[in-house]
Design a protein around this ligand. Structure first.
Ligand code: XMP
Length: 507
């Protein structure tokens, strides 16, 4: 397949997904992977990604020059182009003002990479430094204004572009990547999700044999798809452990048993730990402390249950490719938030091997596999739900009554979103319960009850988000249903904060 070396650009996963959409397998390795490791992957081509670093910086992200001498085609993108120029004897200089956003690319010398480009086209730029002089053997293939925007040494199959072909704003970006993958690297189309299930089922059978597997089922997409896939391979040798923390959405436990227990006939051990979690959270109102307690408690409960399966040999997890990239990333794990359902500390004495059948898939691929496995679309396209659950949506101290109130309000909001065909239009929607009471009037009675906040966000990557512009009529319906149907709430507010500076969750 195609190997992408990660220099820290936010677009790296996009490059990999684009390549996979062509039916070619693509993997991401950190930029400092050794040459040996790179060779072991036997890539048909290597893409050097963009990144925030500068070749001038003291801590510049570099690669060994030998990378360009392996006879494997290389495509440098953005920082990858500057790096190529820098390492091969060209000249990079600090730009005057940089280029950000749309720019016009003029093709000066066409080549295999730019095949199909018109003389002038729109490309997406985001850089400060620029290549000033191309290395020996290279030819300038395109410019934007006075900046060198593309260069190539066709005899050595080395190519580089200053713009980002992977973003949709670059007019012939897909064409460029196709040219690289198929014409220059001569990669084969052999990555198809249709084969994935078949291949993976066979692989799981082979690996597991007649041994036993346990899996922590959360009800979320990743663990559910992993469970159904493994179940397809080994049936009753799989046991799922589902921990009801009492901090889940309304009737979640019942639904999980219905969907996966009854419908898919999976062995599921339902662990009712509701009281345990609530008692540990008693008196605690600090959000981070609540998170820690919930995370710790979860691991403890899960491990204790796992220990009961003395004959288990494997622990299955719904780890997906972004988790894998994240854990090996140069940026460290700070950028995204890990779910505690990916259980960390296993009971050592169990000596379990890991089984992670989704390790190579992106989220959208996991969803497609889920649908193919027959999991209802509604489950596969569910909004994300944080590991600590309602523990961080009941603001401040958590108790049973507040959780019940929140579950009911939340269920109404979600039900209305589905009814009005709005669920798939928003990225994440939920209700938050404030620990604040306010005065209201119902009938002839004065009320003094809690306030619920309805939150709905639209986002692509959950790093930035805007509040959903839901119709007033719809919000009106949600508000009156919550106030009328949920005992304990007499006021509903709609959160109109974007992220940043607010976050999606309230704690
Ligand atoms: P924020 O609130 O940081 O949330 O804008 C971004 C995304 O992360 C989810 N989130 C969490 N997920 N454990 C999780 O597994 C957590 O502690 C946690 N905190 C936030 C949040 O639901 C949103 O999708």
């Amino acid at each position: 397949g195609i190997l992408i070396l990660d220099f820290g650009s936010q677009y790296n996963q996009l490059i990999a997904r684009r390549v996979r959409e062509f039916g070619v397998y693509a993997e991401i390795l950190p930029f400092n992977a050794s040459l040996d490791e790179i060779k072991q992957h036997q890539p048909k081509g290597i893409i050097l990604s963009g990144g925030p670093s500068s070749v001038f910086g003291e801590d510049a992200h570099l690669v060994e020059k030998e990378l360009f001498e392996l006879g494997i085609p290389v495509l440098g993108i953005c920082y990858g182009m500057q790096l190529t120029a820098h390492l091969l004897g060209g000249e990079v200089k600090k730009g005057q003002k940089g280029e950000y956003g749309k720019a016009e690319l003029k093709v000066l010398n066409s080549n295999k990479l730019l095949y199909g480009f018109s003389e002038s086209s729109t490309v997406w730029m985001s850089h400060f430094d620029e290549v000033f002089q191309v290395p020996e053997g290279f030819e300038i293939s395109g410019k934007s204004e006075s900046v060198i925007a593309a260069m190539a040494d066709e005899s050595r199959k080395l190519y580089a572009v200053q713009f980002h072909p992977e973003v949709s704003h670059s007019e012939y970006g897909t064409q460029l990547l196709r040219n690289f993958v198929f014409d220059i690297c001569e990669a084969e189309e052999n990555w198809a999700l249709s084969d994935f299930i078949e291949v993976e089922v066979a692989r799981i059978k082979e690996k597991v044999g007649n041994q036993k597997v346990i899996l922590g089922l959360s009800g979320g997409v990743d663990s559910s798809v992993a469970a159904v896939l493994i179940h397809k391979a080994i049936g009753d040798q799989l046991t799922c452990i589902f921990v009801d923390t009492g901090l889940l959405r309304k009737d979640e436990g019942v639904k999980v048993m219905e969907n996966y227990g009854k419908h898919f006939h999976m062995n599921i051990k339902l662990v009712d730990a509701r009281e345990q979690f609530l008692s540990k959270l008693k008196g605690i109102s600090d959000p981070e402390e609540k998170r820690k307690i919930i995370g710790r408690e979860f691991v403890e409960v899960f491990n204790q249950e796992a220990l009961a399966f003395e004959d288990a040999n494997f622990l299955a997890q719904g780890t997906i490719y972004p988790d894998v990239i994240e854990s090996q990333s140069v940026k460290g794990p700070s950028a995204t938030i890990k779910s505690h359902h990916n259980v960390g500390g296993l009971p050592e004495e169990m000596k379990l091997q890991l089984l992670e059948p989704l390790r190579e898939l992106f989220k959208d691929e996991v969803r497609k596999v889920g649908v193919k496995l027959g999991i209802p679309k509604e489950l596969v396209y569910r909004h994300p739900f944080p590991g600590p659950g309602l523990g961080i949506r009941v603001l401040g101290e958590v108790d049973e009554e507040k959780v019940r109130i929140l579950q009911e309000a939340d269920a109404i909001f979600i039900e209305e979103l589905y009814k009005n065909n709005l669920y798939d239009e928003v990225s994440q929607a939920f209700v938050v319960l404030l620990p604040v009471k306010s005065v209201g009037v119902m009938g002839d009675e004065r009320t003094y009850e809690y306030t619920a906040v309805v939150r709905s966000a639209n986002t692509i990557d959950f790093m930035t988000a805007t509040w959903s512009r839901l119709p007033y009529e719809f919000l009106d319906k949600v508000s009156s249903r919550i106030i009328n149907e949920v005992k304990g709430i007499n006021r509903v507010a709609y959160d109109i904060s974007s992220k940043p500076p607010a976050t999606i969750e309230w704690e």
